[in-house]
Design a protein around this ligand. Structure first.
Ligand code: SF4
Length: 355
């Protein structure tokens, strides 16, 4: 069940519905993203969380048309309306190498990735790369683009921007490179910024500064942010809405306050239980989630979380994928313990779930 979307000006900026991105390999089809639905409202930050291998990054890359071969979108839609009154464009239906998606990517949608050193070319100065990004989408002379580039570097907090613009990435720290990447992502005033683990490779002080910068930019410009992370501390700090993914599906979503204060899905509860809490004492025992995320090609039948779930219901959770249930506070959960299901009160355990 996809979230309800409003028409016209109240339409969300991004509306992902039933998205499936699969990889055809010699060993079989890998269902990396398998029926994902959520929206990104205008001016809000939506965080997608989950362990490695849950399909977060493939979801982000699907939006950008950057899924690497042999991956391809096989079902669903990604409706993007850059302006409030625009008719949405289905990005999933565009040729990933065509001019239409390239006009959106880097123009109306900016991107920031985990490894700024890898994303920036060592062969060109920061300024060259910024000017190129600007002129790809805006009809500016090289001189005007350079002036805009200096302004963008100042905006992201790079000191002596008029000099640093002629530096190469290897002459700058990791934090400064990530600021430069954010400047490139903002080059054309995007309506949506997609940030895939943008602070994971940075030390905690630099991470905090980059998060503050993203929050400032959003407050100033109203840009929506789709933030991919495995770090629930980051989610607590920046998210308006949170989407919890497990093995290519969304298991819970809703406003961050509701999901964090009253998590419903056993996987969300387990994730939150594994986060250290301030003031809990040095000897606090952290919960761990039994087992590990299986490879998507080894997806179990039924609820994909059932081999790791302490609440699994024998004969139910291992046979059919649970439906999504809408709860108060705009929370949605995909688990048989909620909603109109006869399995909800059962306490039986799937064989092997407790081992
Ligand atoms: Fe656990 Fe069953 Fe809910 Fe899946 S559907 S999370 S196995 S209780």
């Amino acid at each position: 069940m996809a979230p309800q979307t409003a028409p016209g000006p109240d339409r969300p900026l991004l509306d992902i519905s039933g998205l499936k991105t699969h990889f055809d390999t010699p060993e079989g089809t890998v269902r990396a993203v398998d029926g994902v639905s959520f929206t990104v409202p205008r001016g809000k930050t939506v965080c997608v969380v989950g362990e490695s291998g849950c399909g977060k990054s493939v979801t982000a890359r699907s939006v950008l048309g950057l899924v690497e071969e042999p991956g391809r979108i096989v079902a669903g839609s990604i409706r993007f309306a850059g302006e409030a009154g625009d008719e949405p464009v289905d990005l999933a239906a565009l040729d990933p190498r065509g001019t239409q998606i390239r006009a959106v990517r880097g123009g109306r949608i900016g991107m920031v990735f985990q490894e700024p050193m890898a994303a920036l070319s060592p062969l060109y100065t920061i300024g060259d790369q910024l000017v190129e990004a600007i002129r790809l989408h805006l009809p500016l002379t090289r001189e005007a683009a350079r002036t805009r580039a200096v302004g963008l570097l100042k905006r992201v907090g790079i000191p002596a921007a008029d000099k640093r613009i002629d530096a190469y990435s290897f002459q700058m720290s990791g934090g400064m490179c990530q600021r430069a990447m954010i400047a490139i992502a903002l080059a054309c005033d995007p309506a949506l910024l997609i940030a895939d683990e943008p602070t994971t490779a940075l030390d905690v002080t630099t991470q905090a500064r980059i998060l503050d910068l993203l929050a400032d930019i959003q407050a100033d410009t109203g840009t929506s942010v789709l933030f991919i992370t495995h770090d629930l501390g980051v989610v607590a700090e920046i998210a308006d809405e949170v989407v919890v993914m497990y093995l290519g599906t969304v298991v819970e979503q809703g406003p961050v306050d509701a999901v964090f204060h009253d998590p419903k899905h056993p996987y969300t509860r387990a994730l939150l239980g594994s986060v250290p809490r301030m003031g809990a004492g040095a000897r606090q025992r952290l919960a761990t989630i039994r087992g590990h995320v299986p490879h998507p090609s080894e997806r179990p039948d039924g609820c994909p979380f059932h081999p790791r779930c302490d609440s699994a219901v024998a004969g139910v959770c291992d046979t059919a994928q649970p439906p999504e249930t809408a709860l108060p506070e705009r929370q949605r959960v995909r688990c048989v313990l909620y909603g109109d299901t006869p399995a909800a009160p059962a306490a039986a355990t799937v064989e092997g779930a407790q081992s």
